[in-house]
Design a protein around this ligand. Structure first.
Ligand code: BG6
Length: 319
């Protein structure tokens, strides 16, 4: 009998191989989505339509951190009401005197079908695995209408990285044409909270903001803690601190850490606005959400031909 103890080491069964993150692609057409799951149970789902993150579960997969409307369209007929829509190249209604003027509110990234560029993962025996999903959107993918409305050659690569630490979402913008362009970028994150009346926000003290509820007038955040007691739609600009914290009952629930972007929008539609949104269900769902949207929306980012820009966020679930 052959002496098996001398068999070549390459034939040895893997000893302490760490389990790998799983990545699946499911659905067809505009409803296609990519799901990634860590061996420890955390998961993320990204719809190719808009490269919209529509679920992020932490704590071994037990806690859903994002709010998505029960009436959200997930079939590519409308921007998703919830999750993390990507706002590009304009935030809000485009100004009349700007190159984005013919685009719809919040631009075309959230209503375009992105390509799944692939995954990369790292795993180790200490269960510190992570998985990165890359999505691409290029001028060539745009509808004829969007191309005509914003005739620039660009490339966007959106990287969504899931780890036990949190969810990182970063956008890389490249000017692939010969003309300079200007853009705004925002990650419109709908955070799920238990009860908006017990939810507060810190990390914005002393920061100036435009209050869209008060006729777009400018104010300064005087109190260190922001409580949400009615409709809120504020654009905090040039924030010196990197981290905005959402607290529940005074205990930190999420840290939203900005990466190379300086602005944050805080939005909750409250009762009347939610009632007016056809894709917002249940109608009292505003009590379970707070949008904390990081980006670069004060003024414009200018990109020369051949140049690139990268910015995004890391969201930590602090349960
Ligand atoms: C926020 C804006 O970012 O998005 C709000 O500050 C806006 O003014 C909200 O109402 C939702 O926009 P939409 O286009 O998804 O209904």
């Amino acid at each position: 009998m052959a002496n098996r103890s001398n068999r070549p080491s390459a034939l040895n069964a893997p000893s302490a191989a760490a389990p790998s993150p799983e990545v699946d692609i499911s659905g067809t057409g505009a409803s296609s989505k990519v799901t990634a799951r860590l061996p420890s149970g955390e998961s993320v789902e990204v719809l190719l339509y808009g490269a919209t993150v529509i679920s992020w579960k932490s704590d071994g997969g037990k806690v859903e951190n994002l709010w998505v409307s029960d009436a959200a369209k997930l079939d590519g007929t409308k921007a998703v009401r919830g999750g993390i829509p990507v706002v590009f190249p304009v935030f809000g209604p485009p100004p009349k005197d700007h190159a984005t003027s013919a685009l719809p509110q919040h631009g075309f990234a959230r209503t375009s079908r992105w390509e799944f560029l692939g995954k990369s993962s790292s795993e180790d025996a200490l269960d510190a695995s992570s998985v990165k999903l890359d999505f691409g959107l290029y001028s060539s993918n745009l509808s004829d209408e969007a191309k005509k409305a914003w005739p620039y050659d660009f490339g966007l690569v959106y990287s969504v990285t899931l780890s036990k630490e949190g969810l990182q979402t970063v956008v890389n913008v490249r000017n692939e044409g010969t003309k300079v362009f200007e853009f705004q970028l925002l990650l419109h994150t709908y955070l799920r909270v238990k009860d908006i009346s017990k939810t507060t926000v810190t990390g914005l003290a002393g920061v100036p903001y435009v209050d869209k509820v008060l006729d777009a007038t400018t104010h300064t955040q005087s109190s260190p803690t922001l409580s949400i007691t009615g409709e809120v739609d504020r654009v905090y600009a040039s924030i010196p601190q990197d981290t905005t914290t959402v607290l529940e009952d005074g205990k930190p629930r999420f840290d939203v850490v900005r990466d190379n972007v300086d602005d944050t929008v805080v939005w909750n539609p409250w009762k009347e606005k939610a009632a007016a949104l056809s894709d917002f269900e249940p109608k009292d769902g505003f009590q379970q959400l707070l949008c904390v949207e990081v980006g670069s929306v004060q003024g414009w980012q200018k990109l020369e031909a051949g140049d690139g820009f990268e910015g995004g966020q890391l969201i930590k679930s602090l349960l």
